[in-house]
Design a protein around this ligand. Structure first.
Ligand SMILES: NC(=O)c1ccc[n+]([C@@H]2O[C@H](COP(=O)([O-])OP(=O)(O)OC[C@H]3O[C@@H](n4cnc5c(N)ncnc54)[C@H](OP(=O)(O)O)[C@@H]3O)[C@@H](O)[C@H]2O)c1
Length: 245
């Protein structure tokens, strides 16, 4: 029997992962802010253990991790939010909000979870392929995921000797409540079921870096390997421009 802790289990990719890990016989510590949704998930199976906390609240995170129902072997830090900057109008509260969930929120969770890490555990971070290329309107979201990517890769080196593995997940566009709000065309959008399958497969093979869908993420990785000046030419208006849909 295995146990996974999933943050952001109340919606989208995290909810699908919760359902799929339960179907695969795992115990899931399902984390989120939404009490009703957590109760709904807990009603699926007694192996869903709800844990309510807000990743942007230090005290809430500390309390939750001091009351873990059991110690997971897989820690899947998935909670995230997305807000866009419009027409280059920098809005620092917006950027702080997004950073506080997607970057500092993850760091808070790792800090609270680290006393429980043991050799053989895996810590997985849900980043975004947006971290690889500077896309328009992504001054908040893209920067938060780029910070998370750097953090995860640096952390991976630092805890390797302790026997704890780190995975970094780079999804392309996935149809979830987060992307339902987007007002632009999303190339190669995949279902949440497909995303969950890709993540579970990659983690089951102990992959350190998990990219999907393959074609879209390859295209962005190739663009990301070009000189910045070329990248800027290719990406201006590629993804994120308003009114493209
Ligand atoms: N969908 C995509 O195309 C896509 C692409 C690349 C990466 N990702 C990443 O995948 C992850 C999941 O995204 P999704 O598409 O599944 O989005 P989603 O459906 O909006 O789900 C996001 C989850 O994160 C939780 N969350 C947000 N802020 C939180 C906070 N302060 N404290 C605790 N939980 C919080 C949400 O809980 P509430 O319901 O309480 O808000 C929800 O459960 C995110 O990290 C996202 O950046 C998504």
């Amino acid at each position: 029997m295995n146990t996974v802790l999933i943050t952001g289990a109340t919606s989208g990719i995290g909810e699908q992962l919760t359902r799929d890990y339960i179907s695969s016989g795992w115990t899931v510590i399902a984390c989120g802010r939404n009490k009703d949704k957590l109760q709904e998930l807990a009603s699926i199976d007694t192996r869903v253990k709800p844990l309510e906390f807000d990743v942007s609240d230090d005290e809430s995170v500390r309390e939750a991790f001091s009351a873990l129902p059991e110690i997971p072997q897989l820690w899947l830090f998935n909670a995230g939010s997305c807000e866009y900057i419009d027409k280059g109008e920098i809005d620092s509260p917006l950027i702080s909000r997004v950073m506080d969930v997607n970057f500092t929120g993850v760091v808070r969770c790792v800090e609270a979870a680290q006393p429980y890490f043991k050799p053989g555990h895996r810590v997985a971070f849900v980043g975004s392929i947006a971290s690889e290329v500077a896309l328009t309107r992504s001054e908040a979201y893209g920067a938060s995921k780029a910070a998370l990517s750097y953090f995860a890769r640096s952390y991976k080196n630092d805890i390797a000797a302790s026997g704890v593995d780190v995975s970094l997940i780079f999804p392309g566009f996935v149809k979830t409540p987060l992307t339902d709000k987007n007002d632009f065309a999303m190339p190669m959008l995949i279902s949440v079921e497909e995303a969950s399958k890709r993540i579970m497969h990659g983690l089951s093979k102990n992959r350190d870096f998990i990219y999907f869908p393959r074609r879209f993420t390859w295209i962005l990785r190739v663009i990301g390997a070009l000189p910045y000046q070329w990248q800027a030419k290719i990406t201006s208006g590629l993804v994120g421009s308003q009114g493209e849909q």
